[in-house]
Design a binder for this molecule. Sequence first.
Ligand code: G
Ligand code: G
Ligand code: MN
Ligand code: NA
Length: 248
Amino acid sequence: QSLRDGLRYAIEKNEFTLHYQPIMYADGKRMWAAEALLRWNFKGDNIPPDVFIPLAERTGLIHDIGNWVLHRACIDAAQWQFDDSVAVSVNVSVSQLMDDSFIRSLDRVLEGSGLSPQQLHLEITESVFAENTEHVLKQIQAIKARHIQISIDDFGTGFSSLGQLHSLQFDHIKIDRAFVQKLEEGSDTIVRATLMIANEFHCLTVAEGIETAEDAVRLRAMGVNCLQGFYYARPMPARELLAWYTDN
Ligand code: G
Ligand code: G
Ligand code: MN
Ligand code: NA
């Protein structure tokens, strides 16, 4: 059985789980949000999302899978016993976002879970800038009208257009971990430039890939708002998140 055939039945066979990785305020003490990260166990192997998400996009399965993720993440977050301001951050593929049924799915999931829309963040990779601007704008406006916040993911790795960044009104910019990991080699300039852009557009900033105390100290000093990475916590099952939160 090929991976592609396996993926088709992964939902009904209950092979997906969501892990959650905390995103901390820059003080490193309080949790701002938790990012939902999809895991697929296929025949005893963990298939990395870098492999099956592109496959899901090519086969069109991304719509069903994306809806499953949204639903699961909102149900989980509605039951979290954290501060009510802690959000769940869900990755949304560009093809999923652009689909006409996406906004209807969002409404259904919010209603079904009872999660407050203010507690939902959607992460969209900056490859969205390559799409038809008018349609992106329409989808973004529908999301914003529901008071859901939007993060631009993997910022700096692709082809963000500053003009679009302005007109699309994202709420948060996630600085890709490639820049965090190369601070010594000149990436600090890119991080500073990103912070200036974010400030100009009233976006919060999140630095990904914080692996050491030094990373945290440096990015905090540069003025990044939120920090995420193995230094704080690895992605973990929902039930472990509560225990982690209580211990920290
Ligand atoms: O979880 P991490 O291991 O390795 O994720 C790898 C990549 O897969 C990241 O770019 C992440 O954004 C993406 N990814 C993880 N979960 C999801 C998901 O539920 N939907 C989409 N579209 N991408 C996801
Ligand atoms: O593209 P996206 O930001 O959605 O990717 C999230 C991915 O980054 C997940 O696979 C997650 O496991 C991974 N990740 C999170 N924190 C760290 C980190 O500190 N170091 C590394 N190498 N990967 C990380
Ligand atoms: Mn992400
Ligand atoms: Na990213």
